[in-house]
Design a protein around this ligand. Structure first.
Ligand code: G6P
Length: 618
């Protein structure tokens, strides 16, 4: 949600900023802008719209010259998308430029105070208020000597007045070699180069230039020049600065021959599952092992209940986790929307562990849930994709997905990777309790077969393309299932909504008859997940109820199921697997169906309207 990039060095800043912004665009794309410090002055270019429709044109024919600059791609919170509301924002003297990701909650009070002092604002954003506040302090310090440079001092004092969240980068005409960066609640990293430095919300934007990074902590304020960076922390006296090496390369975050990142990531799923399993299966013990849980076997056995908190697609993965862990380990599991968990004062017994799931590791709602559980003294675990992200660093223990960068806004490979990890976690906890070695090995063998099985689904998506064209004009869709694949019905509906803007509801096939069945008519297709599992007969009975109301049915069934053909209009087949792994296989055709429908409707699959990949506001 909003992406920030900054550069200071010897190269031309504008092309580096533009390329970085393109790589950050999945974080927000309603407008983009940059400020470059030229030989004479600050040059600002900003435009409403996606980068290629707006900012890229504003940089032609000659991008602003200068070796220092900051850029921003926006997902609107305060003020609608417009050229005026687009970042960077300037202070009242026009000499300080600010880009910001987050929300200044008390901006209206700060704004009123500044207006009384004569400040005038030209945007509806909270960020412009922050720029003016920094400017106000800067005027106080600019002629004073001190340990810190006056710009850093001004940022620190302004931030002490701020309630809310921020990842920000600030430059000033009087400090032509300095970027001041700060974070609280929104990510910010420093990239270390040779005679140059970067600041960025996300490693993707700078990995083409350097793999050495520092993940800033909350309340860190960094003063970054081409030669050095110094970090102070507003909460503690000393900042904890650690240099990390990024594990991925810039090509991992490129689209390659695929038309969209989402399609690329769908096709990366066999590898994502392999990476999720790699080194984590203990064949001798018929169990799984994890390096980063940071809990002893005794502590893991002592867990009495698990609450899983997550948002969006990760929440759907959590629902599958509930089925898996309850079946394998007989542990009570509750799944919570992260935001509801935080504010509802849910009772947690002493031996309850909070597990959070987050692809980005930055989702504000999920992070808040994690912090709430920690505040109450509970052990927290996290399943995260982005290495070094805030959730990964703050959880007591964790499991990385190792799925590689996920750029498409609609999550795909991270979801499937999470399901594989939750299966292993269920086995791990189950084998410490009552799960038999025989059953565990059955599941493990099923897991091992998944990459090839997913490949076989991906190898021929012609039927899904045909179905996409057949149903692309529908206004409403239902996705129904029961048991293990019920959460996949929710996920299938979410995928379709997100990228094709078709209204879709995921529902329990059994619950349907208690109300929503009233909506079924000949123009409303239903995707029925009906694999050969223990719920098969019951789900088939529910399917008959839809057919009786003349609702078209697309069935997702197990290969070899001949019965299904006579009751469904269209059938997509899955390879056979064990019941707990059908969620993984059933996900793949639903992703492809949503993708092909969205393409058929001419939608921008990787940048769906109103969405952002990493939602860092609550
Ligand atoms: C946003 C994205 C969703 C994602 C959710 C949770 O809403 O648009 O695709 O599932 O955040 O993201 P996380 O990174 O925490 O898994």
């Amino acid at each position: 949600m909003c992406g920030i990039i900054g550069y200071v060095g010897k190269k031309a800043a504008a092309p580096i900023l533009l390329e970085g912004l393109r790589r950050l665009e999945y974080r927000g794309y309603d407008s983009a802008g940059m400020a470059v410090l030229g030989p004479d002055d600050l040059i600002i270019r900003k435009r409403k719209g996606k980068i290629d429709e707006g900012l890229a044109h504003a940089l032609k024919p000659t991008p602003p010259a200068g070796h220092l600059g900051i850029g921003h791609t926006r997902w609107a919170t305060h003020g609608p998308p417009s050229d005026d509301n687009c970042h960077p924002h300037l202070d009242h003297t026009g000499t300080i430029a600010v880009v910001h990701n987050g929300v200044i909650e008390n901006y209206d009070r700060l704004k009123a105070k500044l207006e009384q002092a004569g400040h005038m604002f030209c945007s509806a954003t909270d960020t412009e208020v922050l720029a003016h506040l920094i400017g106000e302090y800067y005027q106080k310090y600019r002629t004073q000597n001190g340990d810190l440079n006056p710009l850093t001092r001004a940022v620190i004092d302004a931030l002490r007045e701020v309630i809310g969240t921020y990842g920000l980068a600030v430059i000033c005409t009087e400090h032509p070699n300095t970027i001041v960066g700060a974070r609280r609640g929104s990510p910010l990293i420093i990239g270390i180069g040779q005679g140059e430095h970067f600041v960025s919300s996300d490693a993707n934007a700078i990995v083409a230039h350097t793999r050495q990074v520092v993940f800033l902590n909350d309340y860190d304020v960094a003063t970054v020049t081409n030669e050095r960076f110094d970090v102070v922390n507003l909460g503690t006296d000393t900042a904890n600065v650690q240099i990390s090496n990024l594990e991925f390369s810039s090509t991992d975050a490129e689209r390659g021959p695929y038309q969209h990142f989402m399609l690329k990531e769908i096709f990366e799923q066999p590898r994502a599952v392999e990476n999720a399993l790699r080194g984590r299966i203990d064949f001798e013990g018929a169990t799984a092992r994890f390096g980063g849980l940071n809990m002893s076997a005794a502590e893991l056995r002592g867990i009495e209940r698990i609450i899983i908190a997550a948002s969006g697609t990760s929440w759907h993965a959590a629902l599958v986790g509930e089925y898996l862990i309850e079946e394998f380990a007989h542990l009570p599991v509750e799944v919570e929307f992260a935001h509801e968990f935080c504010y509802r004062n849910a009772p947690m017994e002493r031996d309850t562990v909070l597990l959070v799931i987050s692809q980005s590791g930055e989702t504000a709602d999920t992070l808040a849930a994690l912090r709430e559980a920690k505040r109450r003294g509970h052990r927290t675990l996290a399943i995260v994709n982005v290495v070094g992200s805030t959730i990964a660093r703050e959880a007591d223990g964790g499991i990385y997905m190792h799925a590689g960068p996920e750029i498409g806004v609609a999550s795909t490979k991270a979801f499937v990777s999470t399901l594989a990890i939750l299966t292993l976690l269920g086995i791990h906890l189950g084998r410490m309790r009552q799960l038999s070695a025989r059953r565990a090995m059955e599941i493990i063998r099923g897991l091992e077969a998944l990459p090839k099985q997913i490949e076989s689904i991906l190898a021929d998506d012609s039927e899904l393309r045909r179905l996409a064209l057949k149903y692309a004009k529908a206004d409403d869709f239902f996705f129904l299932s029961r048991g293990y694949t019920f959460p996949i019905a929710l996920e299938g509906a979410l995928k379709l909504k997100e990228i094709s803007y078709i209204h879709a509801e995921g529902y329990s096939a059994a619950e349907m008859k208690h109300g929503p069945i009233a909506l079924i008519e000949p123009g409303t297709p239903t995707v029925f997940l009906v694999p050969r599992d223990s719920m098969y007969d019951k789900t088939m009975a529910n399917l008959a109820m839809i057919r009786a109301r003349k609702g078209p049915v697309i069935a997702v069934a197990t290969q070899g199921d001949t019965q299904i053909k006579s009751v469904a209009d269209d059938v997509i087949y899955l390879p056979e697997t064990v019941e707990p792994l059908y969620p993984i296989l059933a996900t793949i055709p639903l992703q492809l169906l949503a993708y092909h429908i969205a393409v058929a409707r001419g939608c921008d699959v990787d940048k769906p309207r109103n969405l952002a990949k990493s939602v860092t506001v609550q």
